[in-house]
Design a protein around this ligand. Sequence first.
Ligand code: HEC
Ligand code: HEC
Length: 281
Amino acid sequence: MSARRLVFPIAFAASTLSIAPVSSSGQQALSFEEYRARVEPIFIAPRGGHGPGRSPCATCHVHSGTPLKLQPLQEGEDGRVFWSEEQSRMNFEVVSRLVVPGQPERSRLLQKALAVRAGGAPFHVGGKFFESQADPEWRIMADWVRAADISPDLRAAETTPPPLDFEFFQTCVQQIFLNKREGRMECVHCHGGGTRGFARTLPEGRAFWGLEESRRNFEVLRRYVEPGYPLSSRFLTHPLAPEAGGDAFHSGGRRWFSQDDPEWQMLAAWVRGEDTRCLSY
Ligand code: HEC
Ligand code: HEC
């Protein structure tokens, strides 16, 4: 599918949509109908150009191995592009995993293409599309997410978010940034500074971070941790192999190939706010 074809308006398959409740516990699930009618068209809307910030989302997200992996588009006789209902349902599954029901501000779908100064993610290879949270398309996505009820678990976490234990971070988690694993590069080599500098480069002759340095590392790493939710925490999904539930892409490669990896388990327990013992190395 060439990018140029995407400038044609979407054609909806004329079938009636039926509701498939995603939630089993009675709360309001993310609406598939609303998704298909209003959210999905955003992914193929023309944006008047090519490249980051200008191509339709689908130009990149149909092909590339990103967590937002959309179905290949079909083309009607009149040249319009569309997804069949079945494909939309598959897209819906994928997109649903990138949102936290009820909470746009914690949803990766909403953050990625939003300008940093408007509360967006620090980085998106695809560029920034939405200047502010008042953007009409952004609001369509936000309304869709907000209309879904937050799960009882999440609601509990809302009122009492498990604290992220700094002491454990300082003494235990930081060791992982330095520890060698066969055939892998340590985090310190690439995360020593800049916006992702959670493992600041150590001064000559020093083997570990002091208290103040640890605090700064902590402040940076927190951006990649969703307390209570290991699998929504990029710290735990970015270096985790995709087959094991990790993100599709990390320039730094993988450190964990299974969620059963004792190190991953230990970090997950820390993120969940549980008491956990440091693995000895
Ligand atoms: C020019 C190509 C390109 C375009 C256009 C593009 N993206 Fe992306 N997007 C990427 C790439 C590459 C990644 C993976 C690397 C990264 O996270 O930046 C990505 C990642 C994402 C993610 C994954 C989030 C995560 O936390 O892992 C979301 C969500 C996303 N994009 C949403 C969008 C939306 C919405 C649009 C359209 C408004 C869009 N993208 C347009 C290339 C693109
Ligand atoms: C060879 C260099 C390299 C190594 C080693 C490396 N990373 Fe990365 N990492 C990157 C780059 C570059 C990015 C930004 C692009 C991307 O998402 O892949 C990144 C992104 C990330 C992100 C997501 C940041 C964001 O903006 O969403 C996390 C979390 C992360 N790395 C964790 C780690 C951890 C933990 C380790 C050690 C186990 C590690 N990385 C090792 C290069 C590296």
